[in-house]
Design a protein. Structure first.
Length: 318
């Protein structure tokens, strides 16, 4: 064998070993997301919901979830969706790992598009993939709307911090096996449906409405009778993830209710704008529960209803 051929073989062998290596995220000190205005406005939401999108290893165990029900996943501007509205489009599977926000999982698909993701080293990973909606889960051995799974991330190269999604393959369903007897979908439904359904979720709805109504009645800072226009908003969301260190499934429900009272303000000289004073009364609540690999509840935290300070703002319109 010539020296040139030997070097080429060695280079190819080295590349193969590099491809086989599974990326591990570097150890970093615990970080927190920069507080936002919404964090100050909704302190309980900021406390119980994840705010980070950290680095993810090249191979992970996590929760793939496409639960729809009548509460939605913690996405959007502040994660709040109307409880009375179902998702407009079919839910797709997303991954929950540790304290990260849910990540979009793109699976191999011959008919998919070439999508670009960043690996743990910040390099581009291009693969032909697509998201998997709930109705197509069986093609990937996903027979329920939530599973504990083991999968490879971006071909073993991991996912960079702040990424919204990743390419997934080598999927292995772990729950309802000898090593992981818990049934993730059953636990998710049992936990959330007593909050989400109209009938079973009536108790917390009534309690949070009463709490904000009491705040209106005891408000001495304004003449409530002057606020003729009144609106109400009920919102709820959930988050679920797998905690690798403790090997526990975490499920969080969060709900909020707001009462908005409005009254017109005197017109300003020379201005065509109409000004309205908005007075908002709001309350939050949350429920957190952890289950071990057998499905046994090992931790529970019921956050009581928290009535927030009254907010007053001025709205302008033509």
């Amino acid at each position: 064998m010539s020296l040139r051929t030997l070097l080429l073989v060695m280079a190819l062998a080295g590349a193969a070993r590099a491809d086989d290596e599974v990326f591990r995220c570097p150890a970093e000190p615990e970080t927190t997301a920069t507080p936002t205005a919404d964090d100050a406005r909704w302190p309980l939401f900021a406390k119980v919901m994840p705010t980070l999108r950290g680095c993810i290893d090249g191979e992970v165990i996590g929760v793939l979830v496409a639960y729809s029900g009548r509460v939605q996943s913690a996405l959007g501007a502040d994660g709040i969706y109307e409880l009375v509205m179902d998702r407009a489009t079919e839910p797709v599977y997303k991954l929950g790992v540790g304290n990260n926000r849910l990540r979009q999982a793109q699976f191999p698909s011959p008919t998919g598009e070439d999508t670009i993701m960043l690996d743990g080293a910040g390099q581009n990973v291009i693969m032909k993939t697509s998201e998997v909606p709930l109705s197509r889960g069986k093609a990937y051995k996903l027979v329920a709307d939530a599973h504990l799974v083991k999968l490879r991330v971006n071909g073993g190269r991991g996912s960079g911090a702040k990424e919204f999604g990743f390419h997934a393959d080598n999927l292995e369903v772990l729950d309802r096996t000898k090593a992981y007897p818990l049934d993730v979908s059953r636990l998710l439904h049992a936990t959330l449906e007593r909050f989400a359904s109209e009938r079973r979720g009536s108790e917390w709805r009534e309690q949070i409405r009463k709490a904000t109504a009491a705040a209106v009645r005891t408000d001495l800072g304004a003449k409530i009778a002057d606020y003729k226009s009144r609106t109400e908003h009920l919102g709820g969301t959930y988050f679920t993830t797998w905690q690798p260190e403790s090997k526990t499934l975490r499920i969080v429900f969060y709900g909020r209710f707001t009462r908005e009272l409005r009254k017109p303000l005197p017109a300003q000289s020379g201005s065509k704008k109409r000004h309205t004073e908005l007075r908002t009364y709001a309350a939050e609540l949350a429920y957190e529960v952890d289950f071990d690999v057998t499905g046994k509840r090992v931790a529970e935290n019921r956050h009581p209803i928290s009535v927030l300070p009254v907010r007053t703002e001025t709205e302008s319109s033509y």
